[in-house]
Each structure stands twice: as structure tokens, then as C-alpha cells.
Ligand binder design. Sequence first.
Ligand code: 4NP
Length: 165
Amino acid sequence: MTSQPIRVMFFCLGNICRSPLAEALFRHHVALQGFDDRFEINSSGTSAYHIGEPPDPGSVQIARERLNLDISGQRAQQLSDTHIREYDYLVAMDRSNLANAESLQGAGEANLLLFRDFEPNDAHRGSDVPDPWGGGSSQFEKVYDIVHRCAESLLNRIIETENLS
Ligand code: 4NP
């Protein structure tokens, strides 16, 4: 019997800068640990501002530079009540995204999490992944570093929680 995939949804405001990187880097860590077939990984935004658009050029560039990952095929979507119901882990990039998601139907029963609560260094826990939209490459570099380490640490937590082996 094949088990149900573990469904993980990353979300930010626009789904063009931070959460597309989180989706790609989490998938990267999942692949490194050999769990590709155990996960369904997605991303979205709490706003409708950029529905259907590809990721921001800053996010596309940093993913290519650092890991040779092509994220340009992703398309922005809005976080919905259905996502809230269907995903096992719903991970907000910042506290304002989290507050927005908490107002969606079914949020009371959902596993809504803040990404930086998984920071390896507890001094950073509870912080926001800073919004790099409209910023220069140094902002995207900073976001990349945060997302890279939190994605790895979140995955390790899920591996433990779900008893993956
Ligand atoms: P994201 O960045 O939430 O990381 O995708 C943003 C993208 C667009 C806007 C704000 C943040 N916006 O206001 O359109």
C-alpha cells in the first residue's frame, strides 16, 4: 500500500518572491534526503495581486545562481479555503501572512506555521522572512539564505514527526 503524500504549502503575500523560493528549496532538500515520492509541495500567496504570474526575476536569478534551479515555470496562485483544508503543513513567510491565513475558513483546524519558527538559531525564531519585492539582489540573497536553512530544518522536523525513513 502506498501512503498518502505529506502535503506542504508555503505561502507569502504575492507568491512571486519568497514562497516560490521556499517551495523550490524545500523540494531540493526533500530530494537530497531521498523523500521525493513522499511529499506534495506547493506555494501560494494570501493576495490575488499576482495570480498567474511567474516568480520575480530576483527569485529566479538567485535560485539559478546558488543551486542551478530553474523556478521560472512556477505560476502564482492564491491561498484558498481548499488549500487550508487539504494541506498537512501550511507555512507562512511572515506574521502578516499568517494573520491573513487565520481568517480563512477552516483555519482553526489547520496546521498553520510560521517558517522562521524553524530557524536553527533560536535567536531568529518568530521573525519574518523579509519581503524583498522591489528590492535589489542583496535582499534576495538574504531571503535565499533564510529560506535555505529554514527549509532544511522544517524538513528535519517533519521527518521526525511523520517517522519517515
Ligand atoms: P512575496 O513578495 O509576498 O514574497 O511574493 C511580494 C510580492 C508582491 C507584493 C508584495 C510582496 N505586492 O504588494 O504586490
